[in-house]
Design a protein around this ligand. Structure first.
Ligand SMILES: Cc1cc2nc3c(=O)[nH]c(=O)nc-3n(C[C@H](O)[C@H](O)[C@H](O)COP(=O)(O)O)c2cc1C
Length: 329
């Protein structure tokens, strides 16, 4: 079993160290370990070109126009049985580097889209994708903060697992942590997170859990959250109502106060988004979302030939040109 730890912090800073704390515990529990300091790798921004989703839908392959180390990093994650991401908390959420990882994981590595590509390749008589891509994976996240601004970080982090549909085991954050390796409770919790990841990864290996068919599997070891589906505690509340959407899995319903605090009670009368089947991490939810995107993309493709669309575009292009970047002049 292999556990891969990624740190998005500064070189040999707190995030690197805490990642290594968990990895040491994972190694002591019998896992082979690997550590990557993500800043050492060349990971470029997603350019927004959507070549990835077009390539998948049209059966052309896994395409990304950015030539860097992301494909190799993704392969490292695919090859691991469990992944731990330790990330500094910036502005109460995940770091910029972490958000770049999320964008790069995005549509191009969405399991639903990859299954579509796999089917299309096989229809063309070609070899399908590496079956390892469709193996389930245990993933945990830890945010490390220098203060107590942290209320969005768990949701930011778990978002990375939505596209591939990997199972989140622990999702935690440590505030006031500039001296974190001297704080015994946080070191002990990090060791526990390492051991939990090994246990969850072992379950996946022993039961040969593939992503299709494992939608209802819950490997969660964290605190009980307000969302009944994904354990998230962040909701968008429609102004003046208790009508809310889970910011992580997209489940829609009403917030209610009960003995266990505030929870979201999903409500199918609000439409498909009120059903568990529509949640972002499930293949059923991905299929519905994919269909909607496909229809929207098709409408846009047709508009490119439309004279009125072209005239409107030209009008606004002529309003003002972008200022060139000083560094590129
Ligand atoms: C741009 C920036 C924004 C930050 N915002 C927060 C924040 O909102 N909440 C918080 O607890 N710490 C915040 N911090 C502190 C970092 O989380 C802290 O410096 C980091 O965890 C140190 O990790 P490292 O030693 O691995 O680099 C911020 C730091 C930077 C550089």
């Amino acid at each position: 079993m292999k556990i891969l730890g990624l740190s998005c912090g500064t070189k040999n800073g707190n995030n690197d160290t805490m990642c290594r704390v968990a990895l040491e515990a994972a190694r002591d529990a019998g896992a082979e370990i690997e550590f990557i300091h993500v800043f050492d790798w060349d990971i470029k921004f997603c350019s927004g070109c959507v070549a990835c989703s077009r390539g998948l839908v049209m059966g052309k392959g896994m395409i990304c126009t950015q030539k860097d180390d992301y494909a190799a990093l993704y392969q490292k994650m695919v090859d691991a049985d469990g992944v731990l991401i330790v990330d500094p908390i910036y502005e109460s959420g995940g770091s910029g580097l972490f958000h770049v990882l999320c964008d790069r994981m995005g549509p191009g590595h969405d399991t639903g889209m990859l299954m579509m590509l796999d089917g299309k390749l096989k229809e063309q008589g070609k070899e399908g994708l590496n079956p390892r891509i469709f193996m389930q994976k245990a993933i945990s996240f830890v945010g490390i903060g220098g203060s107590d601004w942290a209320c969005r970080v768990e949701t930011d982090h778990a978002m990375l697992a939505m596209s591939p549909g990997w199972k989140v085991v622990d999702n935690d954050f440590f505030s006031w942590s500039k001296d974190v390796i001297m704080q015994e409770d946080k070191v002990a919790r990090m060791q526990e997170i390492g051991r939990n990841l090994v246990e969850a990864a072992q379950y996946i290996i022993d039961n040969h859990v593939m992503i299709p068919g494992s939608e209802n599997l819950d490997l969660w070891k964290g605190k009980k959250g307000g969302c009944p589906h994904c354990h998230s505690n962040n909701f968008y509340i429609f102004p003046g109502t208790n009508h809310a959407v889970c910011e992580l899995c997209g489940l829609e319903g009403h917030l209610e106060i009960g003995e266990e605090g505030v929870t979201l009670v999903n409500d199918p009368s609000l439409g498909e988004n009120g059903t568990i089947e529509h949640c972002h991490d499930l293949l059923s939810g991905k299929a519905a979302h994919g269909k909607d995107i496909f229809e929207n993309e098709g409408r846009l493709m047709n508009l490119f030939k439309d004279p009125e669309f072209k005239a409107r575009k030209q009008h606004y292009t002529d309003v003002v040109a972008p200022t060139p970047a000083p560094s590129k002049q």
